[in-house]
Design a protein around this ligand. Structure first.
Ligand code: PEP
Ligand code: MN
Length: 615
């Protein structure tokens, strides 16, 4: 049964409901979603049916959970469950890579592989200390010591570890030494083991049984959750079918299906699913495309000598290559306008391996040559249509005023599924305009990295330009989810903090924190020019400039062409803000005129207090 609370339900009302449910001997799980708080109630439905729960204050509706897996179901919890594994978030926006040997062997080998996993971009180390083997004569794992080796590898690399438990009597050991307890395919229906790991809040990776249906799989997860542990991940690792070409058949349809039926993270193990190292990379890519939240991959530095599953383990070099491929956003990217920002973005795309090749589109050959030399682009074309054809990512990095002209010129050449993004400082109506000019088969995502320098041109650019900066994405109702995700990843890889905002709100915010300050800096500089000429003719006033003047006018050296467009495209917001600014200047002028010392101080004090909070 699900009790949906009213948005305004108070804590007291919620406590009252929980108390009543407890009195009735029912188990309740409260889940606070972004919009609503809901209480999932598990127990004898007959007891509930006689309770007038809708009469309780704060209750909006009461509905039965139809799925046999209650706590695991999407009905119970709409938002995805995100599990924090010692700082690594599983189930969030990033695909989490867990990798390492099938079995833990020797200490140095384990540590060595852990370093390779980390260097390749993995964030969790896997390794079985206890191995469930089909034959009693096969290597059974090094046991307890294996967990110590993993712990040592964690100490040296910082990677949290996942390892498989076989016996409920080992629970204390695993609680102490592992960050995720794995329940293997052969134990998916070992109910005593499920109940045991369910009694704690240690994250659990539950693997699908060799011949388990999704229903059985989800009910096994329910066993764990019903004991109170909410940190469960589901792992699809292939099922047994009539096909004998590979060890198992990877059921990729399970990924979106499980995500539809449940809120739990879904991990895919391409190693056990195929049993063949050469199938690991393609199946990993397919799993990510299907929506997997993470991958569990067997990596061994010397698979030929691995004590377990060498045939399905990939070498560290292959692992690195695969990680690189998974990060890729575009095979071919095109940058229209290879200036300071466009050029820097090209450097990010190339250095971070986000695109196989980057083509620059522009007219100034000299500049484009420099861009090639600096590694911002691989090649350049002057015909934008030619550059856009074949590109799966096109970034508009030209002044916003030229968007319309550009899009009208080449939008019809965009490939199906191509993503068009920009780096412009104004969004508002421009986003709608771009969406209108781009054909249905392609997608637009507005982006504004709040970075840059007062210098222009690719020569002033750098791959680190966006590190630590904020990048605002401006999705609309039309924005394609996959495209948005790709652009988010691009900016995150560039080192920026990514935020999302409505395009019109973006212009209000940026009008205040960026456009108005620029206008002030430009006009302050102009005022000084006039003062120099009128008030102290013959004296080079600016030779006396200290850091105060330099700090307040640094941005007046920005591109006039770009700022002209920004002023015009954010005209209304800017006029309003300039008027507010003029008011404050007038107030200060009056106070100075009146010789009102305390008044001046009050004004300055107010500004200082807030300025000090800005770091
Ligand atoms: C493993 O991951 O080490 C393992 C034994 O896998 P499975 O339980 O999926 O066979
Ligand atoms: Mn294995």
């Amino acid at each position: 049964m699900i009790i949906v609370l009213k948005p305004e339900a108070t804590d007291r009302e919620i406590d009252h409901i929980l108390d009543r449910l407890r009195e009735l001997g029912l188990k309740s799980h409260i889940s606070k979603g972004q919009e609503r708080t809901i209480i999932g109630v598990i127990g004898d439905d007959r007891i509930l049916q006689n309770q007038p729960l809708t009469a309780f204050p704060g209750v909006e509706s009461v509905t039965p959970i139809l799925a046999p897996w209650k706590l695991v179901s999407r009905e119970f919890k709409k938002d995805n469950t995100i599990i924090d594994v010692d700082g690594v978030k599983v189930g969030g926006r990033k695909v989490v890579i867990m990798a390492g040997p099938c079995a833990v062997e020797k200490l140095e080998l384990t540590v060595g592989i852990a370093h390779e996993v980390k260097a390749g971009g993995g964030s969790i180390l896997r390794g079985g200390a206890y191995k469930p083997r089909t034959s009693p004569y096969s290597f059974q794992g090094v046991g307890r010591e294996g967990l110590d080796y993993l712990l040592e590898a964690k100490k040296r690399t910082g990677l949290p570890v996942v390892s498989e438990i076989l016996d409920p009597r080992d629970i204390e050991l695993f609680l102490e030494k592992a960050d995720i307890i794995q329940i293997g395919a052969r134990n998916m229906q070992n109910f005593e083991l499920l109940k045991e790991v369910g009694a704690y809040d240690k994250p659990v990776l539950l693997k699908r049984g060799l011949s388990a249906t999704l229903k059985e799989f989800l009910l096994s997860a329910e066993y764990i959750m019903s004991r109170g542990n909410r940190n469960v991940m589901l792992c699809e690792r292939g099922i047994r079918t009539f096909e004998t070409q590979y060890r198992n058949t990877l059921d990729l349809a399970a990924v979106p299906t499980l995500k539809e039926l449940s809120h739990l993270p879904v991990i895919v193990d391409p190693s056990h699913a195929t049993g063949k190292w050469n199938l690991v990379a393609p199946m990993s890519k397919a799993a990510v495309a299907a929506g997997a939240d993470g991958l569990l991959i067997e990596v061994h530095s010397n698979p030929e000598f691995a004590l377990c599953d060498g045939e399905e383990s990939i070498k560290p070099t292959k692992f690195k290559e695969l990680m690189h491929d998974l990060k890729k956003i575009a095979k071919q990217a095109a940058i229209v306008g290879v200036g300071l920002i466009g050029g820097s973005l090209g450097m990010v795309l190339k250095r971070q391996g986000l695109a196989d090749s980057v083509v620059g589109i522009g007219r100034r050959v000299e500049n484009l040559r420099t861009a090639v030399k600096l590694g911002a682009i691989d090649r350049y074309v002057s015909d934008a249509k030619e550059g856009v054809r074949g590109a799966d990512l096109v970034v508009l990095a030209t002044p916003v005023d030229t968007y319309e002209r550009h899009l009208k010129d080449w939008a019809s050449c965009l490939e199906p599924g191509a993503i068009v993004s920009d780096v412009g400082s104004v969004k508002g109506a421009l986003v709608g305009q771009a969406e209108g000019l781009i054909p249905e088969r392609a997608h637009f995502v507005g982006a504004h990295p709040i970075a840059g320098r007062e210098k222009t041109g690719v020569a002033a650019g750098s791959a680190t330009m966006f590190r630590g900066a904020c990048c605002i994405l401006t999705p609309t109702q039309k924005t394609n989810h996959r495209a948005l995700q790709a652009i988010r990843e691009l900016w995150e890889t560039a080192g920026s903090t990514v935020l999302s905002m409505d395009p019109f709100l973006h212009d209000k915010v940026l009008g205040a924190v960026s456009h108005l300050p620029h206008v002030v800096a430009f006009s302050l500089m102009n005022a000084l020019i006039e003062i120099r000429e009128r008030t102290v003719p013959g004296l080079d006033l600016l030779a006396y400039a200290g850091s105060g003047l330099r700090d307040t006018t640094r941005i007046a050296a920005s591109s006039p062409e770009m700022w002209r467009d920004i002023c015009l495209w954010n005209r209304e917001n800017l006029i309003t803000m300039i008027t507010v600014y003029e008011g404050h200047l007038a107030t200060l002028k009056q106070l100075i005129q009146a010789g009102d010392g305390p008044g001046i101080e009050r004004e300055l004090e107010r500004a200082k207090q807030v300025r000090e909070q800005l770091n």
